[in-house]
Design a protein around this ligand. Structure first.
Ligand SMILES: Cc1cc2nc3c(=O)[nH]c(=O)nc-3n(C[C@H](O)[C@H](O)[C@H](O)COP(=O)(O)OP(=O)(O)OC[C@H]3O[C@@H](n4cnc5c(N)ncnc54)[C@H](O)[C@@H]3O)c2cc1C
Ligand code: FES
Length: 261
């Protein structure tokens, strides 16, 4: 996949379905041929939610996109996501996107490692699907706090060569954090490339472990955004190339390029 300039649409798109698939985690599907046909894994859309005092748009990664529809996976954390969870089929939302860059998925690779923490699974699902279509094997290490937060397990098992699921409270799979098992899992899989998304502290540790194993890793950052277009500079992060915007230069960055505070 080529990183670079994107076609960006600002459209009012119709909800097709919206359902809770885990505790406070929803999957919402929209109809838009324009957006779905150009969306790439790692990119996101910016939603304008017409509710009370919500002024800023809210960003969400593509969980899936095909032909005329795209899906998002979201967790309720505040007003915007609570409002989003109540949208019904046929209601419309103002969508800006696709925005940002995408995961690189070079042509010469055959085996990738996906590392997901919680809702960070969202962009990695789309990546696993595209990788499978290209004949690339995916291995998934997916951790959540508890079993009631795990999403689409059967789907992930079908998309990947191996999906290793763990929970922090031990209610499903091994009782561990992603970072506890990453070194062993990555060593066994020996991937050509790795991709990760999840909480910032997890990503920092994931990058450290994978770099120590000499495995290239790309991460998708999920910072609080303003404009989403690279204009307000409200989302800058420090990298080896200087300050970069998460919304325009990212959200996908080479793990080794991030300077963690
Ligand atoms: C590029 C990108 C992709 C994202 N993809 C997804 C996704 O696929 N699924 C998903 O559930 N979420 C995703 N997020 C995070 C999502 O945008 C926020 O959870 C959402 O905007 C919160 O809106 P709210 O109105 O419900 O919460 P608010 O009322 O705005 O905030 C509630 C709490 O969440 C915190 N918060 C707000 N925004 C973020 C954020 N961006 N990251 C971390 N904490 C935040 C606030 O500090 C506050 O504590 C993504 C963020 C970015 C930047
Ligand atoms: S949110 Fe405005 S520059 Fe990134």
């Amino acid at each position: 996949m080529k990183k670079g300039d994107n076609l960006i649409f600002n459209l009012s798109v119709e909800v097709i379905s919206n359902q809770m698939i885990a505790s406070e985690v929803f999957k919402i599907k929209f109809f838009s041929k324009e957006i779905a046909s150009v969306a790439k894994p790692g990119q996101f859309i910016h939603l304008k939610l017409d509710y009370e005092d919500i002024l800023l748009r809210r960003p969400f990664s593509f969980y899936r996109a095909e032909k005329e529809t795209f899906e998002l996976l979201f967790q309720i954390v505040g007003k915007g996501t609570a409002f989003l969870s109540k949208l019904k089929p046929k209601e419309k939302v103002d969508v800006l996107g696709p925005l940002g860059n995408c995961f690189s998925l070079p042509n010469n690779i055959s085996r990738i490692l996906l590392v997901a923490g919680g809702i960070g699974i969202a962009p990695l699902r789309f990546l696993a699907e595209v990788a499978k279509k290209k004949g690339i094997e995916s291995y998934l290490l997916y951790g959540t706090c508890s079993s009631n937060k795990i999403v689409d397990l059967a789907d992930f098992k079908a998309l990947t060569k191996e999906a290793f699921i763990l929970t922090e409270d031990g209610s499903f799979g091994e009782k561990a954090m992603v970072t506890d098992l990453l070194q062993k899992f990555a060593h066994e899989v020996a991937p050509d490339y790795a991709y990760a998304c999840g909480p910032r502290l997890m990503l920092k540790e994931v990058v450290k472990i994978l770099i120590s194993l000499n495995i290239k890793v790309e991460i998708a950052l999920e910072e609080v955004l303003g404009c989403g277009l690279g204009v307000c500079h409200g989302c800058v992060c420090q990298t080896t190339k200087g300050y970069q915007t998460v919304c325009r230069d990212g959200p996908v960055f080479e793990g080794k390029s991030i300077i963690w505070e």
